[in-house]
Design a protein around this ligand. Structure first.
Ligand code: URA
Ligand code: SF4
Length: 210
């Protein structure tokens, strides 16, 4: 069992302190697949651990699985995922090159936003995922990823498109969630500006042979 501790800020955090810290993504995935630490376990069909290149320079973090993700056990495979795939293709980036994960690994009912308790129960897994993958660029897709990884109270509308960090050893780019682009087409142009920054930084790193 993971141990509950109080962080300096007083928020409840679950850590790997008192157990063998998973040393590989495969070990971590085995732990997460059996997790029942929060109420989302009850409603899931599949745990959506995340997928992609275990050595990715570029990582994307969304909010949590939707219906199609829950059904398939894979991140970003529903309508928002198909849009993300098109954006990646427009950037000249293959989905297999990057790593894609979420704040919570189990589907919130009706696609509601995960509660603070759910997100905080699940975050140690994402943090360990980031430590094991060691991406150089992390794209935060939407307000939930921004809130829990940067801890920023900033609105995504205000803060998107600006490099933050380094945090977790990576430059951080917050942008709109692809589902928000599907709801509001006026967000597509600014999101594309953000993705061009990500693309240029990513190909810059690749040119350096990183
Ligand atoms: N939305 C998310 O935030 N994550 C997914 O995996 C799919 C849709
Ligand atoms: Fe465990 Fe995360 Fe699923 Fe909650 S959402 S049961 S913490 S894997």
């Amino acid at each position: 069992m993971a141990r509950a501790t109080r962080s300096a800020s007083g928020s409840l955090q679950l850590t790997f302190d008192d157990l063998a810290v998973p040393q590989t993504l495969e070990e971590l995935e085995a732990v997460v697949k059996n997790c029942r630490k929060c109420p989302l376990a009850a409603g899931r069909t599949n745990v959506v651990f995340g997928e992609g290149n275990p050595h990715a320079l570029l990582m994307f973090i969304g909010e949590g699985p939707g219906a199609e993700e829950d059904r398939q056990g894979r991140p970003f495979v529903g309508p928002a995922g198909q849009l993300l795939d098109r954006i990646l293709a427009a950037c000249g980036i293959k989905r297999e090159e990057v790593y894609i994960a979420n704040i919570v690994k189990c589907r919130p009912p009706g696609n509601r936003v995960p509660t603070k308790e759910e997100a905080e129960a699940c975050l140690p897994y994402l943090r360990r995922q980031i430590e094991l993958i060691r991406p150089k660029i992390i794209v935060l897709l939407g307000a939930t990823a921004l809130q829990y990884l940067v801890g920023s109270g900033a609105r995504i509308t205000k803060i998107r498109g600006q490099w933050l960090g380094p945090l977790y050893g990576a430059q951080i780019m917050p942008t709109y969630h692809p589902a928000a682009l599907l709801r509001d087409a006026s967000k597509k142009r600014p999101a594309w500006e953000d993705f061009k920054k990500v693309r240029d930084a990513y190909f810059g790193l690749k040119r350096q042979g990183l």
